[in-house]
Structures are given as C-alpha cells and as structure tokens.
Ligand binder design. Structure first.
Ligand code: PMP
Length: 386
C-alpha cells in the first residue's frame, strides 16, 4: 500500500482504504489543480530554467515592461481557440486578472469625482469586484450592488460600470450585459471562457475583456492575466494603473507564461482542452450520478451550447457546482454541507440566497474523490442528517 501520508485527506490505513470520519472534503476555493496531471505529462517541455544573471532588468530588450513575444503568443492562442478577436485590440498584462479588474474600474471611472461611477454586477457575483471597489475606495466610483436594480436608471444617473462574468462564477451561466446605453461601460470577465468549461459559440469582440492563465493552464500561483482593450484612451489608463501599482508584471512570470503557452500552441490547444474537457465531463457525470439519488439537493441547469472549438453541441462543464438545498428546513445550505463535512462557499458570499452553496470541481483528484465520498453519504442519508 501507499504510505499513510500519500493517502487522500479523507483516507488512512496501510492501503488507504480506511475512511477517516473526522476529515472534511475541501470543495472551497478555486485552486485549479485539476490540470496538474496534464503538466506532469509535459514536465520537460514546460520547464523553465533561469540562470542567476538572466533577465535582471526592469525592462525587456525593447525598453518595455511587456514581452512582445508573449503578446503575440496570446493573440495566436485566441485565434486558435476562436474565443476572442484580438485584431484592433491593445493588450495589457496584469498580476493575475485580479489586478486588471481594478485597473479596468479605474480606467472607466471619471476623473471628475463630483459624478462618481456606479459599479454593478448581476447576482450571484464574484465577490472580488465589490471587495476591490470598496477597499481601494476611489473617489471616482462606488460599488452599487445588483445590476438589475439599475435597468431603468441608465439614462438618468452618472456613468455605470457593469461587470459581466461569462461563464459566471459561481453558477457557470454565459451571462450577458443587462445594462445598455451611452453612459454604461462593460467589463467582461472571461476567466472561464475556455473549452474546459463551456462551449465557445463565437469569438468575443468586446471593448474590454479580461483573461487569465489561472483557469486556462491552472497556474494560478504565477499571477498572470491580460486584458484586450479596444479604446486607446482606456488602454493608456489601464497601462498607467499597472505601471504605478506594480511597475508591470514580474518578468519571471512572463517568462513562465511564455513557456506554458508555447506547449499549448504547439498543437493548437488540442491536447490541453481535450484533457480539461474530458476531466470536467467525468467529474460532472460522477457528481450528477451522486446527486441523482435524492431530491434534497439540485444542481444548476445550463443549456447545451455550440462549441466551435470541438465542432459540436456540448453540455457545459462549469468549474463550480451551484448546489441548492431544496428542503424548507435546509435554508442555510452551507451549514447542512459543513455538518456533513463538506467545505464550500455559501450563497451569501455571492450576494445570493443562503439556499445555495458553491462547490469547486477544479481542485485535485484527491479533493474531488473526497467530495464525492462525502456527498454520497449525505445524499443517501448515511451521515445521519436525514
Ligand atoms: N475572475 C473570476 C470570475 C474568478 O473566478 C477569478 C479567480 N477565482 C478571478 C477573476 C481572478 O483570477 P486571477 O487573479 O488568478 O487571474
């Protein structure tokens, strides 16, 4: 058997077959370790070795903070995948897409703070939008919650900045902007717009779209994101934000991103997306099967989508399950799951009802196996919580 320290968190004993009653399955957090096995298969071609004297400078050889080679690789990747039009777009790199989300809010906010912009998003929304806008507390904008409340106010008030997350975190829906008009500006968060998670109906051609390698290659720890920006002035303002904030993105990170993307581009992204899609499909099949024995919980329903990358209509395979507790008495769903030793994120974190819980499906195989074991017990009533 495997040594005890190599068993899943929820198993012990000499051959890892002993279920540990005290452990909790971790389905919280969006750490994308589901792609670790892919990179183990490509350990050599994706490795970066940097000598101590190499790349010490603030800038690349053309005196910019951006690797031009990396920029052209990103354009090539988008055209291979068919998920975004990059012609006529400027590119800004960020320390993760997280930095670019706030850079975008800054760039779209007025300089004149007597008319601050209202930042909104559709519930359920990713909490970082609100956290950043409130924490950085700029005079040019303030967070105003649910986009739907502003539908009839788009012509009467100051500027509105709408975050549109597509596919959405937490529920995986391919959201569209709900606000339109001359004073509405839209930031599209495209972190999950890759064939691992969703059909790619068409390449997006938006004024401002934000991407990240975190959910594309799984290298969340490298902190690398990029924005595609149509307007020259918005581009300059975002670029300025990143320069003043961090003087650009770590040159080491850019080098690593370059090496990883080269592996992807070699075969037009075929291998990594087939790997990711297959992995996510398997996980969704297991999850659906596990949940099918009970009516106590339901999963989000998302219609099949055409995928131009795989050239077929396919079921979406989102990064997260958005679980609803259906029983009247289970109105605090995260409590029910925590009692069954499952860690997730409650609906209120996304400004939604507490009947919902987000479970991450993109963590390691071991975390996912633990989650399924715990859910099986809960769904069959074996855990005692009837
Ligand atoms: N946008 C969305 C919708 C996310 O879910 C995340 C990470 N969970 C991010 C942005 C930030 O990702 P990163 O900073 O790692 O690029």
């Amino acid at each position: 058997g495997r040594p005890v320290c190599e068993c899943n968190t929820c198993y012990g004993g000499p051959d890892c077959s002993l279920f540990l009653p005290s452990c909790s399955a971790n389905a919280d957090g969006g750490d994308p370790l589901f792609l670790e096995p892919f990179w183990k298969q490509h350990a050599e071609s994706s490795a970066v070795v940097v000598a101590g004297w190499h790349r010490m400078s603030y800038s690349f050889s053309d005196y910019t903070f951006l690797s031009r080679e990396l920029e052209s690789l990103l354009r090539k990747l988008h055209s291979q995948v068919g998920n975004a039009v990059t012609d006529g777009k400027h590119i800004v790199f960020g320390v993760g897409s997280a930095q670019l989300l706030n850079a975008a809010v800054h760039a779209l906010s007025p300089d004149n703070s007597s008319h601050p912009a209202s930042v909104v998003a559709s519930i359920p929304y990713y909490q970082l939008y609100q956290m950043q806008t409130e924490f950085f507390d700029s005079a040019g904008c303030s967070f105003q919650g649910d986009a739907a409340r502003w539908k009839n106010a788009t012509n009467t008030t100051g500027d509105i900045i709408e975050f549109v997350t597509a596919p959405n975190n937490p529920d995986g829906l391919l959201n569209e902007a709900v606000l339109h008009g001359p004073n509405v500006k839209t930031i599209y968060d495209r972190a999950y717009y890759w064939p691992h998670f969703t059909g790619i109906p068409s390449p997006v051609d938006e004024d401002l779209s934000i991407f990240t390698i975190s959910k594309l290659t799984g290298h969340a720890g490298s902190r690398f994101g990029w924005a595609l920006i149509r307007d020259e002035d918005v581009y300059q303002r975002m670029n300025w934000y990143v320069q003043v904030n961090t003087m650009g993105v770590s040159r080491d990170t850019q080098l690593r991103a370059l090496k990883l993307l080269k592996v992807l581009i070699e075969d037009g992204g075929r291998e990594i997306f087939e790997f990711g899609y297959k992995m996510m499909t398997k996980r969704w099949d297991r999850l659906r099967k596990t949940m099918s024995v009970t009516n106590r919980f339901s999963l989000q329903k998302i219609p099949p989508e055409n995928c131009t990358f795989f050239q077929k209509v396919r079921e979406p395979t989102p990064a997260y399950a958005w679980v609803k507790c259906e029983r009247e008495e289970d109105r605090n769903c995260i409590e029910i799951l925590n009692a069954a030793k499952i860690l997730g994120r409650g609906g209120s974190v996304f400004h939604d009802d507490e009947r919902y819980v987000r479970l991450s499906l993109i963590r390691s195989d071991d975390d996912f196996d633990d989650l399924i074991s715990r859910l099986e017990r809960l769904a069959s009533g074996e855990d005692g919580a009837k």
